[in-house]
Design a protein. Structure first.
Length: 269
């Protein structure tokens, strides 16, 4: 019998995951069941309901794709309806494994994860943090889900802030840079469509150069710059205006907010 993957909540991240799972061919629509109070258009043919208990009773792996402040109440609602060996998957920022475990009255199999939205097109990045009750085979079964729409790494929970700032939240700031570069192209006479193509292809190419050559980004940058040329002018302007420091400070602000959310959730156990 195929493993049933249940989702409670069907917001942007859950939709990205489900789209990625089905698009990869690793999962069929019939393998996935979703509960959400606001039933949306169902173009994937998955089973959808508004009853969380139905999902709890059916799922072998249950993904809680709800807001962090909803976890305690939803777990209280469904914990008496779960199968004995149901694996709980959290995608919430700010909720530690210890906090999540405290919401149950019994020992639970649990994996804390931090995916990102590029999962929707099959190139997501997800960190997995299993609790001590998970077997190696069970961890692999959860990893298989996230591998179906990108790359995964098993990490210790102490690295969660690093995960959030480098992949969980980072698409948002990368999009900001892409938009700024598109506007720069438009200012020089390109149409938006043309500028988008040039900028995005350059972004893809630069990323692949880092990943596939193994060369340090600084060295790759220097290889583009000619003395007294055009690129070095832009690079020097970014340096003079603390581009690197601004990005690192933004990432630090993101990490600080994650710390605050974790502390708040722990205090409200």
């Amino acid at each position: 019998m195929a493993t049933k993957i249940g989702f409670i909540g069907y917001g942007n991240m859950a939709q990205a995951m489900v789209n990625g799972m089905i698009a990869s061919g690793s999962y069929k629509s019939r393998d996935i069941i979703v509960s959400d109070l606001n039933i949306k258009e169902n173009v994937l043919g998955i089973k959808m309901t508004t009853n969380n208990k139905d999902i709890a009773e059916s799922a072998d792996i249950l993904v809680l794709a709800i807001k962090p402040h909803q976890y305690k109440d939803v777990i209280a609602e469904v914990k008496g309806h779960l199968k004995v060996d149901t694996i709980i998957v959290s995608i919430a920022a700010g909720l530690t494994i210890c906090t999540l475990e405290s919401y149950f009255d019994y020992s639970v199999k649990l994996v804390r994860t931090m995916p990102n939205t590029p999962a929707m097109i099959g190139i997501g990045m997800t960190a997995l943090m299993p609790n001590s009750n998970m077997t190696e085979g069970e961890v692999e079964s959860v990893q298989h889900i996230f591998d179906s729409f990108g790359k995964t790494e098993i990490v210790v929970e102490e690295l969660i802030e690093a995960v959030i700032v480098t992949s969980g939240s980072s698409p948002a700031y990368i999009y900001m840079m892409i938009e700024a570069m598109i506007e720069g192209g438009i200012n020089e006479g390109m149409t938006r469509e043309m500028a988008t193509t040039f900028v995005c292809q350059a972004m893809i190419g630069a990323t692949k150069m880092v990943m596939e050559t193994g060369v340090h980004p600084n060295d790759l940058r220097d290889a583009v710059c000619s003395p007294n040329g055009t690129t070095i002018q832009a690079v020097n302007y970014l340096k003079d205006n603390n581009f690197g420091k601004i990005v690192k400070n933004a990432m630090k602000a993101c990490a600080d907010r994650s710390h605050e959310m974790t502390k708040s959730a722990s205090n409200n156990q």
